[in-house]
Design a protein around this ligand. Structure first.
Ligand SMILES: Cc1ncc(C[n+]2csc(CCOP(=O)(O)OP(=O)(O)O)c2C)c(N)n1
Length: 633
């Protein structure tokens, strides 16, 4: 076994190529075994085993920073940089599913939102140049999927402007995001992939360089870029890149370590920005992943390593309720279309595509474009439903504000994975959407509490044709129904009432179950609680103000950041209406919350029935206990 002996990239450099091949096999076995127990991003990592070994043999991490775009493909990098305990991958205390600076000096970028790596690399290389660290290379590894994001092209535009920087862009082209990558960029890459003539050129050139000795070799190295540029016009492989004026090497077989290393060495020699186009296969070396057409084990739960069969999760997910209801609504309303930013299946939009393929648009990893394109579709007479994970909505704030809302476009945003998500860590919690979106003039935001209200609110949203609407719901399974006792005339559901109106609990969406549990505990302590679900949390319905007026205190509970959340909005609206009932806003702290289970995180931040009930009891006791009389002397 070689893998246990690799504690840093330095150890890799002592290995022969055949030992590296053995190491690659060991890494694959390790990944399959460990991810089968914990779940994680298996397919992307199986595809970059040789590439990661090659990068670490050719460059000197961390002296040469390596930036993994998105970061879900960094498991091999972790294994080779001293992190071989994967037993608690993505669990509290275990290693993170993405690069994390606190884990290792080899991890540089941990944001995990796609398409940012080239901007990072651009900035770092500029800083190295300006601070006299000119012996340091910067390597960015970006997938063909991430390359569909606009930010990468903004960065390339800048990178191509300055030939003095040591910046290597490795395009890890496996032809897929989750599903096959779409669009012109993908077509361009696939065109290059099927024309291997550059590889021949590259091999010949390498041969020449090797044979030349001393000064002749140095001279050849100096002019090699130009020679390649000239000859590659005849191979016609890299027209897109050459038009950008960036040197290009490729396409390289990403599973042939010798070729990978040669290409990287050559890129290192250039001493100016260069793209190395590497062809890899997602799920490489593991048949069940390769055969899985849907997503090639992009992200998977625990599974049987022999058959590749995923362990049965069971239960009905929020995503599938949304997916089914969207199809039902789309059958009745021909104006409804679906948009996804490269997440056809994870968002459930695939259900609509199965029935009406022509009414679904996968725009690539391009949330900003998805949003403005939706505004255009609304102008043209459609009602677009843009389905994204809540965390990625942040990318398109300006577009929601200026393109959709300002233009009164009827676009429905469906935010899956809102609130605390858990194992994907700080970057993937959908906790900013409520605070961020509620400041958009005219926007209406619904947070369904169960499957029934999700269906209902989605239907209501698709009828709004003059403003953005948002439906946000969490990850995981949904309960079919949390019944209401009554609905107010302005659409607020009252879930529970009590003759003594001590506290009004306002539950945002999936927090309804928690609020009811709090009410039960309060009742046992002799405190009467009303529980309401606003359904549409923004704007604040007038009946919420009326209910608040009737109670001693209001407690809002939301699965989103407390600062500037729905609770804050209710407090402001109460004050504006002259109601002086105190409001306690419960929600998530304004912190980056590390990976853990959703349950553990909610407990840590005090969002459990016991913690909330205790807080309220203390608070109310505080208001009823008479002030102590001053002692007589
Ligand atoms: C801004 C943003 N939107 C969506 C995602 C979700 N996402 C994670 S990985 C991925 C596909 C990445 O494809 P690619 O860059 O080709 O890498 P591969 O997995 O194929 O190696 C997507 C869409 C994300 N991380 N960031």
């Amino acid at each position: 076994m070689l893998l246990p002996g690799i504690s840093s990239p330095r150890d890799l450099k002592a290995l022969s190529l055949s030992q590296c091949a053995q190491l690659a096999d060991e890494v694959r076995d390790f990944l399959i075994d460990s991810v089968s127990l914990t779940g994680g991003h298996l397919g992307p990592n199986l595809g970059v085993v040789e590439l990661t070994i090659g990068i670490h043999r050719v460059f000197e991490s961390p002296h040469d920073p390596i930036i993994w775009d998105t970061g879900h493909q960094s498991y091999v990098h972790k294994l080779l940089t001293g992190r071989q305990d994967f037993s608690h991958l993505r669990e509290a205390g275990g290693i993170a599913g993405y690069p994390q600076r606190s884990e290792s000096v080899h991890d540089i970028v941990e944001s995990s939102h796609a398409s940012s790596s080239l901007s990072w690399a651009d900035g770092i290389s500029k800083a190295f140049e300006m601070t006299g660290q000119s012996d340091r290379h910067v390597v960015a590894v970006i997938g063909d999927g991430a390359l569909t994001g606009g930010m990468s092209w903004e960065a390339l535009n800048n990178i191509s402007d300055d030939n003095s920087r040591k910046l290597v862009v490795v395009v890890n082209d496996n032809g897929r995001s989750y599903a096959p990558t779409i669009g012109g960029v993908a077509r361009f890459l696939s065109g290059v992939r099927t024309r291997p003539s550059y590889r021949t050129l590259h091999r010949v050139s390498w041969g020449i360089a090797k044979r030349l000795g001393g000064p002749a070799r140095a001279v050849y190295r100096g002019i090699r870029g130009g020679v390649h540029g000239f000859l590659s016009r005849f191979t016609n492989n890299e027209a897109l890149y050459s038009n950008l004026d960036i040197k290009y090497i490729g396409p390289i077989d990403g599973h042939n370590l010798r070729d990978v290393e040669r290409a990287l060495e050559q890129a290192k020699d250039y001493g100016s920005p260069v793209i190395v186009h590497v062809i890899t296969e997602k799920g490489h070396g593991y048949e069940p992943a390769r055969q899985n057409e849907a997503d090639q084990f992009h992200a998977i739960g625990a599974f049987d390593p022999v058959t590749g069969e995923e362990s049965a999760g069971g239960g009905l997910s929020w995503t599938s309720v949304f997916a089914q209801e969207l199809v039902r609504l789309a059958k009745k309303n021909k104006r409804i279309v679906g948009i996804t930013a490269a997440m056809l299946r994870p968002t459930g939009i695939s259900a609509l595509a199965d029935v009406y393929p022509e009414r679904v648009f996968d725009v690539g990893i391009a949330e900003q474009h998805a949003t403005t394109s939706a505004a255009g579709m609304a102008f043209g007479g459609l009602h677009p439903v843009v389905a994204v994970y809540a965390t990625f909505m942040g990318r398109a704030f300006d577009q929601v504000l200026m393109d959709v809302a300002l233009h009164k476009a009827g676009v429905t945003f469906v935010l899956d994975r809102s609130g605390v998500t858990g194992p994907d860590g700080a970057s993937h919690h959908g906790m900013w959407d409520l605070a961020m979106l509620q400041i958009v003039p005219g926007i209406r935001i619904a947070a369904p509490r169960d499957a029934k209200t999700l269906r209902e609110e989605l239907g209501e949203a698709t009828l709004v044709d003059d403003a953005p609407t948002v439906i946000r719901f969490p990850k995981g399974n949904v309960v079919e129904s949390i019944p209401a006792i009554r609905r107010t005339s302005d659409g607020v559901d009252v879930l529970r009432e009590h003759s003594s109106r001590d506290v009004a609990l306002v539950a945002v969406g999936a927090m309804a179950g928690l609020a009811i549990a709090v009410a039960e505990l309060l009742e046992a302590a002799g405190i009467g609680a009303t529980v309401i679900d606003p359904r549409w949390v923004i704007p604040v319905a007038p009946s919420i103000i009326d209910i608040a007026r009737d109670h001693r205190i209001v407690v809002t509970i939301e699965d989103g950041i407390r600062v500037g959340g729905v609770g804050t909005r209710i407090r402001q609206d109460l004050r504006h209406a002259g109601v002086d009932t105190g409001v306690d806003e419960l929600g998530l702290p304004d912190e980056f919350l590390e990976h853990d289970t959703r349950g553990n995180i909610l407990a840590r931040v005090g969002l459990t029935p016991e913690a909330i009930a205790t807080k309220i009891i203390k608070q109310l006791k505080g208001t009823v206990v008479p002030k102590a009389k001053p002692k007589k002397r």
